[in-house]
Write a protein that binds this ligand. Sequence first.
Ligand code: ADP
Length: 817
Amino acid sequence: MNIEPNDKGHMLPLMSLREVVMFPKSITPLFVGREASIRAIERASSDFDKQIMLVPQRDSNVERPGFGDLFEIGTVCRILQLLRLPDGTIKVLFEGLYRATWLRPEGSSKVLEDGGDFSQVRVTPIPEMVTAAPEGEALMRTAMESLRDYAKNNKKISPDILQALGAVATPGHLADAVMGHLKLDYRKKQEVFATLDPVERLTKVYELLQAEIDIASMERRIKGRVKSQMERNQREYYLNEQIKAIHKEMGREDDPTQEVAELEKRFAEKDMPEEAREKGLREVKKLRQMPPSSAEYTVVHNYVDWILDLPWNSLKETTIDIGAAREILDADHFGLEKPKERILEYLAVQKLVNKLKGPILCLVGPPGVGKTSLVKSVARATGREYVRLSLGGVRDEAEIRGHRRTYVGALPGKIIQSLKRVKFNNPLFCLDEIDKMSMDFRGDPSAALLEVLDPEQNCAFNDHYLDLDYDLSQIFFITTANSLHAIPLPLQDRMEIIRLPGYLETEKRHIARNFLIPKQIEMHGLTPEQMQVSENAVVEIIHSYTREAGVRSLEREIATVCRKVAMRVVDEKEKFETAHISRSSLPGLLGVKKYRHGEKEHDSQIGVCTGLAYTEVGGELLVVETALMPGKGNVNTTGKLGDVMKESAQAALSYVRSRSDAFGLRRDFYKTIDIHVHVPEGATPKDGPSAGVTLVTSLVSALLGIPVRSDVAMTGEITLRGRVLPIGGLREKLLAAHRGMIHTVIIPKDNERDLKEVPAEILKSLVIKPVENADEVLEIALTASVGDIFPGRATAAPVYQSLRGHDDAHEPPLTAQ
Ligand code: ADP
């Protein structure tokens, strides 16, 4: 029988393969149990020169396949070895020879097992296609490369095998040989087997190899991770057990389970909302499962501590007795009638409605006028705990609302922190310096504060750290600020503003005598007999050592005096009797005078004009200087002026230009000069429109060469047509004028009605001139009337003369053109 392959094919016994694919060029052992298969092998061994056709089954579940259940392509194999096993099955070692197609012999039935006999089929070999050499070669090299990688983690592929595979000459054979060594799903194997184009076949093999390599490395990583996690857990467990053993040995009993039980007990006993209790207990449960030495344990423990330490339902007994409250407020503070009255009204309403849903009070005024100490007195008067939170410099929302717990080292916001300290949830909360908050990329603290201060929302304030609703509605909030303009409008909206404008000299004297001096004497461990301060000394301290709207520096200076006296008491011991503090003894105690009181700051000068400003520290005198120099019409402003003030300077110039005829100036006077406006004390920022009249006066004075009266101060915004518009803070400005020994104050006519707010003592000491336009201002403030000026006037320096319109033919301008 001719069994060599030829084109027409030849007959061979057929055996179907289940879940196995036999590749040419590979040697594979198989266990054969099916009867038909065993018979086919026996016939092949005896009659077909040990050659047999092995064909994979399409569906491995079919137990007795028909011809239709088989692939069209199979492998002609040689039986190398045959071993009968005791259970009747046989183990056969096959060598794959070549791919072949097969044909059922005519007349044979559709069933493979033909009447219990083996099946024979006509086999036609499929010749290997030839491929272009370079492409095949390159592919073979890459495939071998992958195989080597694969072999690194696969012990079944020994270096010998690799070497043998390296010697295979064509891509198709290499693909087949490699597949014989790979452990893969039989479906993938079938797919490769059925690919006849050798390059395509090897490409598929290469892809499979790559995928296997990736999977293997991922497996390795996962295994490594699991292993190290297990090792760490074991280590921690082991160490913890050791710690426990050591503690036991040393007789210490701080067993962590006991600690957790303690926490649970505290939760059971503490009065708190159910939501907080549930959340807390959930966290405690987590603690039970954690090793106490771990960082996470500490984090969770801290959180639980916060919940337990906060006052949730602990209200301090408060009383509202208006009479008693008035007594306390009066005992602590002199004057301040209006603020006190407003606070008492507020308390009265609270008493009637029996809850707090009113507006938040905001005390606004310069430093040292007693805002904070007034709030403290309110706490005393209402029997509430006092908490103060300074908002100065707070620029991060998280400072108010806390950090989320996911951050390392997270803490609750300052509101919650303060409440933990006071231990009651109905304290009086003083939010100090609410105007000093700022905003940056970390969020806007004022937005968080809005929520805190909103009576509709603050019964469920959500701190990021706690992540629980906390009821702030029992808290009595009072805020303080130096000025209103830096407070965001929505926040202002929530608050009722109470102004504390600053003290008059008589009030300061009274405060010093009755409050500050006794207080400081006591604080320094002295007795009233040991230190007596004369009235003149008090006045001198106020005049020559302080210049402020409030009484903070005054208190500081008095403290300095007390310190010096205390020093003497200690030094002189029994010899010391009484220190009499008089006006003349002050330089010895406080040093040279800091301010010259009652002396004019300067003589009447050209271009120097005194304005009145309203700053955070109360009213202030503000000197504006204008200098002219040859130039090209530039306007320079220095002294840290804000945008509004710079624009006022431009507007002042425009006004003067529009009135150049009336002032007798050439229309293009500004073209030959540069104007420099400076406001001394350059380090303090200044802004606001109310310096308009001051700028115009200073400019006209400089241009016309007429000095400005140094005992005149002024305030008022100005329009381009010279109308004087009203300003704010009149009371404070007049106080400042009074302090600065000003004689005449020019104010906008529209502000006349505000004069009734100004103490009579001030009005008596000043000449107030309400005006409607700039001409009136100039008339009052300049030492000579504008109309009196004529060209060539002796007082006018050459530069002014050159600016006059009428006689420039005689006197050429100074500037080089
Ligand atoms: P502010 O908060 O307005 O900056 P403080 O409340 O700190 O000012 O007040 C400064 C000091 O001046 C405090 O010691 C305060 O007792 C005292 N003081 C202010 N005003 C009065 C007043 N009207 N009567 C008595 N003492 C006052």
